[in-house]
Design a protein around this ligand. Structure first.
Ligand SMILES: [Zn+2]
Length: 470
């Protein structure tokens, strides 16, 4: 039997705010345990939450970047569950009226629909001693603002493979980083995914039973967990078994999952509006203000780079890395040869910055080198020498081009120029009477570089040419 796979994602990302979502404690990774805490995030009796405006703004920004509608009125609710990472025994979240609804994210050629994005608070962190005898709790993370994005798996198109799910996560991470909504550092747990998987006989319209795996850290683990779950379900069905609705825990070290709890529905959490928090009203003006702050997103940037003549491969690599984008954009302001910038960026620069991810040449110097080459004043090998110098120390690129360019003697160069001038009387008279002497001068320099096979010093050649052409 062949099966269709349906995958849904719930992705949590910690927002990049200075303080927590309902209290003034620091939102900062690490720190001594239980030092970023106060009566509000510790859930002490009588302490009252106040919404952090910046968290709300970032949640709206994430929604706008993903094409969501922003609810003019949204409501915070209590999601009740008893677990030591949550001292209040409820999490402040949103259920009926989340901040953002709808939206989509492109995966391959598919526009994967988004159901919602809501704002909530993170829980504390449990740390189990290695012998399993003690569990410690660090509430520094409790109350850190989170946005949870839920994909719409019951509509077409939806995610159908582990590859697509990982691409979705990678693109989502890029959008969050681009817009400055979240840093999404996976190792710090700043982005975590719950994955649900169901399978159904190929072509069937009825959906299969969902199995959820919670809090998977890292995209590779998501990939492995999904493939494991697909195989597990196929196996059960092929033996005539029934898939049970359950939450399983993925153990990435053991490469397998095991049952955590059976059947769990939204009503088990007894959501109800939090009486300590007012409903949130967001005006159109505020939404428009936030919309204006959203930069060009990866997909749009890629389109732009393709239109500048970069290949699909080059554009895709650059838009994946904020460092590369910054360098490319800054250099492009000083030099119009996008293709050359991309060649240097993905060639020399990438290989030299491989280890420390530091680009040690300024966009200004890079632009100068490319412009000198395009003017025929530098050949490739001298350009590389100058590039290497500029990478390692502070240099004056233009001065270096003058001293380093070419290894013909001045006499040889002069002889060559005289012969080129003699061979091109028409160009000479055009230069002397013409409207575009600069353009012709460049052409002459080009001829010298061609005839000398790049060995001439183009800067010197230009000086001599000007003299002789008079
Ligand atoms: Zn606090």
């Amino acid at each position: 039997m062949e099966y269709d796979v349906v995958i849904g994602l719930e992705v949590h990302a910690e927002l990049k705010t200075k303080t927590k979502v309902f209290c003034p404690c620091k939102n900062e990774f690490g720190g001594q345990p239980n030092t970023h805490c106060c009566p509000v995030c510790l859930g002490l009796p009588g302490a009252l939450p106040t919404l952090n405006k910046e968290a709300l703004k970032l949640a709206i920004k994430a929604g706008l970047a993903l094409g969501c509608q922003i609810n003019e009125l949204s409501v915070f609710e209590r999601k009740n569950y008893f677990y030591p990472d949550l001292p209040k025994a409820y999490q402040i979240s949103q259920m009926v009226r989340p901040i953002c609804l709808g939206g989509h994210l492109k995966v391959g050629e598919k526009e994967i629909p988004i159901n919602r994005i809501h704002l909530e608070e993170d829980a504390g962190k449990l740390i189990h001693s290695s012998d399993g005898s003690v569990t410690m709790i660090d509430y520094n993370r409790g109350g850190v603002p989170l946005i949870e994005l839920v994909t719409e798996a019951l509509q077409e198109p939806h995610l159908e493979s582990a590859e697509e799910a990982v691409e979705f996560l990678e693109k989502l991470r890029q959008v969050y980083i681009f817009t400055g909504v979240a840093d999404c550092e996976i190792e710090k747990g700043q982005m975590r995914a719950d994955v649900n998987v169901s399978i159904k006989p190929k072509g069937s319209s009825a959906f299969g039973t969902k199995v959820e795996m919670k809090n998977i850290m890292g995209f590779k683990a998501v990939y492995r967990a999904i493939n494991y779950e697909i195989e597990r379900q196929k196996n059960i069905l092929s033996k005539g078994g029934v898939i049970e609705q359950e939450t399983r825990r993925w153990d990435d070290n053991a490469q397998e999952s095991y049952t955590m709890r059976k059947k769990e529905n939204a009503q088990d959490y007894r959501y109800f509006p939090d009486p300590d928090l007012l409903a949130v009203e967001v005006s159109k003006t505020v939404v428009d203000e936030i919309r204006r702050e959203i930069p060009m997103l990866p997909e749009e940037l890629k389109e732009k780079y393709l239109s500048l003549g970069l290949s699909d491969y080059e554009a895709s690599i650059i838009v994946k890395d904020q460092n590369l984008i910054d360098f490319f954009e800054k250099t492009l302001k000083l030099c119009s040869n996008a293709k050359a910038i991309s060649n240097w960026l993905l060639g020399e620069i990438s290989s030299l910055s491989k280890d420390d991810n530091m680009i040690k040449i300024s966009p200004d110097d890079m632009a100068k080198i490319i412009n000198l080459m395009d003017d025929g004043k530098l050949n490739r090998s001298v350009a590389k020498t100058i590039f290497t110098k500029a990478w390692n120390e502070n240099v004056d690129v233009e001065a270096l081009a003058k001293t380093l360019g070419g290894n013909l003697s001045e006499t040889e160069l002069e002889e060559m120029i005289v012969s080129i001038i003699e061979k091109n009387p028409k160009a000479v008279s055009d230069y002397q009477n013409g409207a575009e002497p600069e353009k012709l001068l460049k052409w002459f320099v080009g001829q010298v570089m061609k005839e000398s096979r790049g060995k001439a010093n183009a800067v010197k050649a230009e000086e001599i040419l000007k003299e002789k052409l008079k």
